[in-house]
Design a protein around this ligand. Sequence first.
Ligand SMILES: Nc1ncnc2c1ncn2[C@@H]1O[C@H](COP(=O)(O)OP(=O)(O)OP(=O)(O)O)[C@@H](O)[C@H]1O
Length: 312
Amino acid sequence: MPDAAPSPAVEVTGLVMRYGEKTAVDHLDLRVERGTITAVLGPNGAGKTTTLETCEGYRAPQQGTVRVLGLDPQRERRALLPRIGVMLQDGGAWSGVRALEMLRHVARLHAHPLDVDALADRLGLGDCGRTPYRRLSGGQQQRLKLALALVGRPELVFVDEPTAGMDPAARRTTWELLRQLRTDGVTVVLTTHHMDEAERLADLIHIIDRGRVIASGTPLQLTRGGTSTIRLVVTKPFPVGAPDSLQASLGGHLEVTTISDVSLLITGPADSTTLAVVSAWCEEQRVLPESLNLGQRTLEDVFLELTGRGLA
Ligand SMILES: Nc1ncnc2c1ncn2[C@@H]1O[C@H](COP(=O)(O)OP(=O)(O)OP(=O)(O)O)[C@@H](O)[C@H]1O
């Protein structure tokens, strides 16, 4: 008989988490397949950190179930911990310890750690190995936190905004490292506010807003394979009824979304004729375009359409 399919790396079902009156996570379902890079995106306060902290075993689910590598992160924490790596956003408790000492210490806690020097070199930490954590630059601290999450050879790693504060070269190295992990069969769960990072790295993206997953798919599925968009930004607020009037001028095959009182997004099969229609409409409405751009629909556009808010 064939082996039963392995459980997903992460399976969250009907998770509810509240802080007092505030519902941070609202019946959230989320599944991460093994061996993938999965990005969890959402505006500030969407519930990403709360969800991931529950998967990491730092918080008990108030309602619903969470399974990580088939285990309950609360009841089976001891079995799970050596198999996962967690890159947290803050690492203040370590402030006086030198970078390499810290890495060696964490390596010793694991049965089969990676080679510390090779990992430090790979992440460009060789030169600052003797520097105390608090004296490292923001980007160096990020690299060290990533190294700490990886040194125990986890099967699954949670990385929270891994490239925040990194310079472009360090970002690229980090992306390569995360791709290499996937090649080695490691599952990566990533949160990021950088859309290009999610688009380049992730096999699957889950967009969370107000404690729920509101869209899931590959980057291509979410951007509908490069549908066009036009972004219109004007110098003063649109007159009342402007989106409806523009929609009428454009016809039903294009969709007008209000981003702010000076900014609209037009999605669909847009081309240079569409630009001419928008431009003529601006003249008719006596609004002056500050910018009018035709481009491919990006994840950020998807985000704005879905949440009406930016990502940062
Ligand atoms: N310890 C806490 N006490 C009270 N409210 C909290 C606490 N932690 C989070 N919240 C609230 O729960 C909601 C979800 O927060 P969470 O940190 O999970 O969001 P997030 O998506 O990770 O946001 P960000 O992108 O800003 O990190 C927010 O409204 C936040 O203010």
